[in-house]
Design a protein around this ligand. Structure first.
Ligand SMILES: [Zn+2]
Length: 317
């Protein structure tokens, strides 16, 4: 019923032929201006990097009428008929470490969303400089860019991922009875796991992966979906990954789920609990799918929440 719209995210050159994209040479034109924005979190620097914008529509969501969807987006001054969400990654620099949080699509959703390599290069960072690739989860918009031509894009990086995502996506037998899209997602994840081989580090709870960087399992969207808390001195930022995909709608209505959720009910309860926490703590968050640069604090609004965009950090720019 919603399958056609579901697959509208997968243009002919994209997910439908996902394994073939491994062989595609990277030929995306660089932007004339970089889409990268730096922010200081105490002594740690976090740089938001855009991979591009992705169209998401009502047909992907569950738990909201089309009229309510349109009303919420219209009230947020967005076009309900053409909502564009962001695809963001984040570079964390602390001491000698350069931790990339997610690797973009790598062209898995078509060549028009594959801007992370150019934006990372604009920060003066080469792929070989990345010491850790923290994958919030193993969906193709987060690890598609970790591999090209079957090779690890980040040759010196340790791949850090929740063990539940490694186990779920890394087991082909889990997908034999699933739709083609899920099989394509799994094939890409397995290609990433194979490319990084022994350079894999897993965790299964809150774990400090580097000084000031602590994983935060946020299960539901995928079994091992995880955020990363960045803390230095009195400053903190939570990279919350895919807690929302259509931000105005899922902040106003946290019970609304998306067709990519592996366990929708758990994703919704995880979202509700985390929104309450970050609103109470006034904790700044960074979202994979909040419009670039994806940085905000979360305020209570009516029965739900709203995002207050973070002020630009002039000192870190
Ligand atoms: Zn995502």
């Amino acid at each position: 019923m919603k399958r056609r719209q579901f697959l509208s995210l997968a243009p002919a050159a994209g997910l439908a032929t996902l394994p073939a994209t491994f062989a595609r040479a990277h030929d995306a034109a660089p932007h004339s201006l970089p889409q990268a924005q730096r922010r200081a979190v105490g002594d740690i620097t976090v740089t938001a990097l855009s991979d591009g914008g992705i169209a998401l529509g009502h047909g992907l969501l569950q738990g909201i009428s089309e009229d309510d969807y349109a009303a919420i987006l219209t009230a947020a001054y967005r076009n309900p008929a053409g909502f564009l969400s962001g695809v963001n990654a984040f570079l964390i620099e602390t001491g000698d470490l350069k931790i990339l949080v997610d690797a973009g699509t790598g062209g898995a959703f078509g060549p028009e969303i594959d801007n992370l390599p150019a934006n990372l290069a604009a920060t003066g960072t080469a792929p070989g400089d990345i010491t850790h690739l923290f994958a919030t989860h193993l969906h193709p918009d987060h690890v598609g860019g970790a591999v090209r031509d079957g090779m690890a894009v980040f040759p010196n990086a340790e791949l850090v991922v929740h063990d539940a995502d490694r186990a779920f996506w890394g087991t082909p037998e889990n997908f034999t009875a699933m739709p083609e899209m899920m099989q394509n997602f799994a094939a890409m994840a397995q290609g990433v796991l194979a490319a990084y081989g022994d350079r894999l580090r897993t965790f299964d709870a809150e774990a400090e992966i580097a000084p000031g960087l602590t994983t935060l399992p946020l299960p539901g969207h995928t079994p091992g979906h995880s955020g990363l808390m960045v803390a230095s001195g009195d400053a903190a930022l939570l990279i919350w990954a895919d807690i929302v995909h259509v931000a105005p709608v899922q902040l106003a209505r946290p019970a609304v789920t998306i067709g990519f959720d592996v366990e929708p009910a758990l994703a919704a309860s995880t979202r509700a609990a985390l929104l309450d926490r970050v609103a109470t703590d006034r904790l700044m968050i960074a979202g994979s799918h909040i419009g670039f640069p994806g940085l905000a604090t979360i305020a209570r609004a009516g029965d739900g929440y709203a995002a207050i965009p973070a002020p630009f950090d002039y000192g870190a720019a």
